[in-house]
Design a protein around this ligand. Structure first.
Ligand SMILES: Nc1ncnc2c1ncn2[C@@H]1O[C@H](COP(=O)(O)OP(=O)(O)OP(=O)(O)O)[C@@H](O)[C@H]1O
Ligand SMILES: [Mg+2]
Length: 423
């Protein structure tokens, strides 16, 4: 096992595409680090440079205590698992698992033992004599994982290994992967464009955009303290709601006004976000997570009321997503535009047309809510959890600078999760 360090790593492809731009990242020994970001942001390129499959244009990659820039892939002591697991079709599962060890001249008895160990760990014992064609997609992917495991490398590098599997299988393989990582404790770098996968698997998650690191932190802290509009909109599902707003000082204290609404901004929020007060009287971008809404009938009394008319409701069993239009246009910013573009590339969120250029917001409410499509609903907002962004730079206002790599061991900063004091 080993730590992996990327120090100012660049990748410029022939033709001049800068796929990775000055990437600094430290992956600790035994850590499960997820690289996430929209299509084309440089995730695979970064991983392939660590693996040695792609030449490094600038900077340094270190595995353990060796700089590996000029080391061939086979000498880096890493194992890769790809989306397209290329199993040898004419070999049995056992032979597929043993192949890499055989090449390395590992003694037969040792091969047998390692293969059996890996097969047990992955629940493949009963399939050892089968050929890949007689396996399901999930089982094949397990064999591909097994081939990486038997080698006992210093690190696993995985590029979207689950993306060929159907949704249900992906969830169960995700759980297996987590267990496997607990058991083996091997440093793992895992690439995905699926933020749910990133959040559930990562000890830490690194968000990339256009080859540049945006933020790296634990999943919870990325969710609670996104550094900019891009991360705020990318992490979390349904995505954070945005509106152009004005911060003002009212009779009862600070408040934020947008689209005909006025929400109180608790003193605690002003106190926790240095610099936010300087925005009084100015326009900024307000962000509200769907999960920080509730149907008033189920909300805490101190949450602020906000009335809306639901356009659509999505009943998910455990909760209901209420989609409603606010009386303001969608926020226009490079960050949110990039996000919208990415969303339309993949599975599109919803097929609701923008009516009169009004922004659509989503509130996640209790499954017991009586909300119906087309009806008025009294929502409540946890104002302790409002997010504010600088409309020029897109940066979050009043957030401590990005946590250094070591900081994940220290207790999380106060995210304002504690319930607000009753007035
Ligand atoms: N061999 C190549 N030659 C030139 N440009 C390339 C090459 N491979 C990738 N690129 C470009 O580099 C950028 C990053 O590509 P990369 O494959 O690393 O993205 P990614 O984040 O893995 O995307 P995806 O989620 O779609 O897999 C893209 O703009 C891509 O078009
Ligand atoms: Mg890729």
């Amino acid at each position: 096992m080993a730590k992996i360090v990327l120090d100012g790593v660049d990748k410029v492809y022939s033709g001049g595409v800068k796929a990775v731009d000055g990437l600094d990242l430290e992956i600790r020994d035994g850590e499960f680090m997820v690289l996430v970001g929209p299509s084309g942001c440089g995730k695979s390129t970064a991983l392939r440079m660590v693996a040695g499959l792609e030449e490094i244009s600038g900077g340094e990659v270190t595995i353990g205590d060796r700089v590996v820039n000029d080391l061939a892939p086979k000498d880096r002591d890493i194992a890769m698992v790809f989306q397209n697991y290329a199993l040898y079709p004419h070999m049995t599962v056992e032979q597929n698992l043993a192949f890499g060890l055989k090449l390395r001249g590992t003694p037969k008895s040792e091969i047998k033992e390692k293969v059996l160990d890996a097969a047990k760990m992955l629940g493949l014992e009963q399939f050892l004599a089968r050929k890949p064609a007689a396996l399901s997609g999930g089982q094949r992917q397990r064999v591909a994982m097994g081939r990486a495991i038997v080698r006992q490398p210093q690190a696993f590098l995985m590029d979207e290994p689950l993306s060929n599997l159907d949704a249900k299988l992906r969830v169960s393989m995700r759980a297996s992967l987590s267990q496997l990582h607990e058991r083996l404790g091997v440093t793992t770098v895992y690439v995905t464009h699926d933020q749910v996968e990133a959040m559930t698997l990562g000890s830490r998650v690194c968000v990339l955009r256009e080859g540049r690191l945006q933020q790296v932190d634990t999943p919870q802290r990325l969710f609670d303290n996104p550094v900019n509009l891009f991360v705020a909109g990318f992490i979390g599902s349904p995505a954070m709601n945005f509106a152009t707003a004005e911060l003002t000082r009212g009779d009862g204290g600070a408040q934020v006004a947008f689209a005909g609404y006025t929400l109180p901004v608790p003193d605690a929020v002003l106190a926790e976000r240095p610099g936010l007060e300087d925005w009084l009287g100015k326009k900024l971008i307000l962000g509200v997570r769907p999960s920080d809404f509730e149907d008033s009938a189920h909300a805490k009394p101190e949450w602020a009321p906000m009335a809306a008319r639901s356009s659509v409701t999505e009943e998910l069993g455990s909760e209901i997503n209420v989609i409603f239009a606010i009386d303001a246009p969608p926020v226009e910013h490079k960050d949110t535009a990039d996000l919208a573009e990415d969303a339309t590339e993949g599975e599109t969120d919803m097929a609701i047309p923008l009516t009169d250029n009004k922004a659509l917001w989503t509130a996640r409410v209790n499954a017991r809510s009586n909300v119906r499509p087309g009806q008025d609903i009294s929502l409540a907002v946890d104002t302790r959890r409002l997010h504010f962004f600088d409309p020029a730079s897109g940066l979050a206002i009043g957030l401590a600078p990005a946590a250094p790599a070591e900081a994940a061991d220290t207790p999380p900063v106060d995210t304002g999760k504690a319930p607000a004091k009753k007035p």
